[in-house]
Design a protein. Structure first.
Length: 243
């Protein structure tokens, strides 16, 4: 897992880097990181290479961490972002860029280590994939790339995080068994399976997703779907705006 950490406070950047060093030694030598003192520098480097996780300070001069997150989300809806900040006032806004976590400074190892553990686990989990037969051939489709699956008659539409849609023919039951063994997925309606990791909101209209599609929830399934979504958020600790 390759991490980018960005903070304009050099002392704080050094402190967080030290925590990452400790994490690498104690937990996994598969973790590497790069440190940035400005969001602009980070955005420039992201045009050249990929990261698996971003640790962003919010309150930075010029381009703030929140500004950087919004720009990143224009082209990358998948990369996990954890905000490290001295202020709680941006907690609600962090939901809008699908932040994975929101940790108040000074960052403590008992907070950041579990978050890093979950990201390592997520990367391992994302190795799961479907083998999909489409009109153009057979493709390997990682679970993490799937936002939702929709069935219309015998046509299956696999909507992906990059806004592509892969079409296959068959029955939803062929794929849903594998998908529903993963805690990220649920079936809110007989015609849909949705990845809760890519859901931004649940209300009476349905499950709003990062690609702009709202997935309907069957009336008799709403309570169960709501409970499943809340359980997913709590068990994965995808967002922390208190403590």
């Amino acid at each position: 897992m390759h991490i980018a950490v960005c903070d304009d406070n050099i002392e704080e950047l050094s402190r967080i880097s030290s925590l990452l060093e400790d994490y690498c030694k104690e937990r996994s030598n598969l973790v590497t990181y790069e440190a940035f003192s400005s969001a602009i520098d980070l955005l420039e480097v992201m045009r050249l290479r990929q990261f698996d996780l971003l640790l962003l300070d919010i309150l930075m001069p010029g381009v703030s961490g929140m500004d950087a997150a919004k720009e990143i989300r224009l082209t990358n809806g998948e990369i996990p972002i954890i905000f490290l900040t001295s202020s709680r006032e941006f907690a609600v806004e962090s939901y809008r860029v699908s932040a994975e976590d929101y940790i108040i400074k000074p960052v403590r190892r008992d907070e950041i280590f579990p978050s890093l553990d979950k990201q390592l686990s997520r990367l391992a989990q994302e190795e799961a994939y479907l083998t999909l037969k489409t009109g153009s051939g057979i493709i390997k489709l990682p679970f993490s790339h799937i936002v939702y699956v929709e069935v219309t008659n015998r046509s299956l539409q696999f909507a992906l995080t990059n806004n592509e849609v892969k079409e296959a023919y068959g029955y939803l039951t062929v794929y849903e068994k594998d998908l529903l063994t993963d805690s990220r997925f649920c079936k809110p309606h007989r015609s849909y399976v949705v990845n809760l990791h890519h859901v931004t909101e649940l209300d009476r209209n349905g499950l709003a997703t990062v690609v702009g599609k709202t997935i309907p929830v069957a009336r008799d399934a709403y309570a169960k779907v709501k409970a499943t979504y809340m359980k997913y958020l709590l068990s994965s600790n995808t967002r922390r705006d208190t403590q």
